[in-house]
Design a protein around this ligand. Sequence first.
Ligand code: CA
Length: 160
Amino acid sequence: MKKNREFHTFRGYQLQKEEQRQMTASMEDYLEMIYRLSKNEGYVRVQQLADHLHVQAPSVTKIVQKLAAAGLLDYQKYGLIQLTEKGKTMGSFLLERHMVIENFLRIIGVDEELILKDTEMIEHHLSTNAVQKIKLLFQFMRLNPEILALFQQYTAGEDE
Ligand code: CA
């Protein structure tokens, strides 16, 4: 039981703390996306990444080089991007952080068209401690649907 209540990626939580000062918001966005895209194949191409992030390949290359310098991925010019073990741990933490916030906003009834944009803004600024507590609250709501139902009743008709 205790284990379920901890972060799945505790190492990612620690890494995040250690590297917080060096990671910019865009580095985090890129790493999260690289992790999402390379999860199955084990790699991702610069162009693929550019398409998904809606940016030009040269800007991708810039950030990818920074992530490589931080030891989070391996990258050769015109080559493939592959996460290192550290990059995978960090990437999975960033993806989980994103999902925790997104799921939480959904469960409290935030408008569907706002959820993604809000998540993208909030995720870089919350402390890992706050993310962890939000995750616990989300899990608690899932485990106690009657409490969630009470909350939904309470907020029904309260929009705007
Ligand atoms: Ca994100």
